[in-house]
Ligand binder design. Structure first.
Ligand code: GLU
Length: 484
């Protein structure tokens, strides 16, 4: 396979929302699987939209997802610098060449005049095209004057790896601005020069750039450079309706999901498969698998819908996969301190791992950890209504429930072997001795020791809680029932 040189070229205008991350994942996968180069380039020429700190956020996001760039900020590379504002002289140089070749011109026309042209054309009901208002006189370019492309209206045909064969007519071509008044290039011009100088072979980006393609093709031609391959990614659609997922509709940043307890493995897997599949039913892919199976020709050409429920499901699958394949220590290491209940801080790692080992298969998100484990670290608030209102316990009187708790406490109190296996046997013996149904007896014990909406298998829960705490909680609940 030809070595692909790809790039992710975000503008530091805020956080990267998750609809945009595929524009980093796919170039990364293609470059890595072909032994090529993945470049990170910061397109910071729009000073008005520049957001302080956005570049750090972008780097942090890519690093979290494991999308390490081969060239770009921090790592450098043969085409440095990788910030467009630091490459100003390159664009001016190329724009001057176009001027010399008669394919660009300095345009001192003031903004008010340009506005008039637009209004005139609109009043005449003709499409506003700047090429119909080109200044008659040519002037020497100097800093502070915009440079425009001098287009030659014609038709174009091109191939897009996702969208197929496309074409456009002459009516869409215009004298687009190459260099702005502030001396910085427009996106339209800068990305073409950078892609050329950096040797980019595949331009992978959102489909919103498709309508500008004819102008880009005209520029490639005027510059006398070969076109790279084009890969336009369809929009990611918002959960409802037919709209593209956007920040305005509350599209969260990747780091928001990180803070919400999504694992990077799950995020990478989910986003890579949003609008791509390998033709099989497979849903869980790790990085190696993606590198093996990813191919441009299986990217869907219609929008894929973002579905947070599916992301959570996948995250749960990943939590289990990591546990089952790599073990509890690796899973534990992936859980940041913040996800544990505050009270867990007082407990040793060993104990926390035991807790994790019995509840991990219930987690969809790491942030579920607090809900599911707090009672392992602190005394639960006793709420007798959870017992009295329980559907299996409702029919028993408070006296009966107290007696039952006393029997259980006594039996467990005599236990010398507090292992899960032994506890399992004892709990079964208790069923026989009391003549109760498992749903009844086990619900009572489960609620009495946890007062939580969920707990793992009872014998495992009791083993981890330990004998003293189990007995203390059974007794405390019994007392509370007495005064209920
Ligand atoms: N700077 C552009 C953006 O953030 C990147 C488009 C491209 O990849 O060429 O949308």
């Amino acid at each position: 396979m030809e070595k692909a040189i790809t790039r992710f070229a975000p503008s530091p205008t805020g956080y990267i929302h998750i609809g945009n991350v595929r524009s980093a994942i796919y170039p990364y996968l293609l470059a890595k699987q072909t032994g090529g180069t993945f470049i990170l380039r910061i397109e910071d020429t729009d000073q008005a939209r520049y957001v302080e700190g956005a570049t750090d956020l972008i780097k942090e996001t890519l690093t979290w997802l494991g999308l390490n760039w081969d060239e770009g900020p921090d790592v450098g590379g043969p085409h440095a610098p990788y910030f467009q504002t630091e490459r100003k002289s390159h664009y001016i140089e190329w724009a001057k060449r176009l001027i010399a070749a008669g394919r660009a011109y300095a345009d001192p026309t003031p903004a008010e005049k340009i506005d008039e042209y637009r209004k005139e054309d609109t009043a005449k009901k003709i499409p506003y095209l700047y090429r119909n208002h080109r200044p008659e006189e040519t002037i020497e370019w100097q800093e502070g004057i915009p440079i425009r492309f001098k287009t030659e209206p014609k038709s174009y045909e091109w191939h897009d790896e996702v969208m197929g064969d496309l074409s456009s007519g002459p009516e869409v071509l215009d004298d687009i601005i190459l260099i702005k008044k502030d001396g910085l290039p427009t996106y339209n011009f800068a990305h073409i020069i950078d892609d050329l100088e950096m040797g980019v072979t595949h331009v992978i980006r959102g489909q919103e750039y498709l309508s500008s393609m004819p102008n880009y093709l005209a520029l490639y031609e005027a510059l006398g450079i070969d076109r790279p391959k084009f890969v336009s990614l369809p929009h990611i659609l918002a959960p409802q309706g037919n709209k593209k997922l956007s920040k305005r509709d509350g599209a969260k940043s990747v780091t928001d999901y990180k803070n919400d307890g999504i694992l990077p493995e799950a995020m990478l897997n989910y986003l890579a498969c949003l609008g791509w599949n390998d033709g099989t039913e497979q849903e869980i892919y790790d990085r190696e698998d993606l590198l093996k199976k990813f191919s441009l020709d299986r990217i869907q050409n219609s929008g894929a819908r973002f579905d947070e429920t599916k992301l959570l499901w996948m995250n749960g699958m990943w939590i289990r996969k990591i546990h089952d394949e790599e073990g509890i220590d690796i899973l534990y290491a992936k859980i940041a301190e913040d996800f544990w209940p505050e009270s867990a801080k007082n407990y040793p790692e060993d104990y926390r791992k035991k807790v994790l080992a019995i509840i991990y298969d219930r987690l969809k998100s790491l942030s579920d950890l607090k809900t599911y484990t707090t009672y392992f670290f602190e005394e639960p608030r006793i709420d007798t209504s959870l017992i009295l209102g329980n559907k299996f316990l409702k029919k028993s009187s408070e006296d009966e429930l107290q007696n039952l708790l006393a029997t259980v406490a006594e039996r467990l109190g005599n236990e010398t072997d507090w292992s899960a296996d032994r506890l399992q046997t004892t709990l079964n013996t208790l069923l026989e001795e009391t003549g109760k149904k498992p749903a009844e007896l086990f619900s009572l014990i489960r609620i009495a020791v946890s007062f939580a909406p969920f707990s793992p298998a009872l014998h495992l829960t009791l083993e981890v809680l330990g004998k003293d705490r189990t007995l203390a909680r059974l007794n405390a609940t019994k007392l509370a029932l007495e005064s209920a």
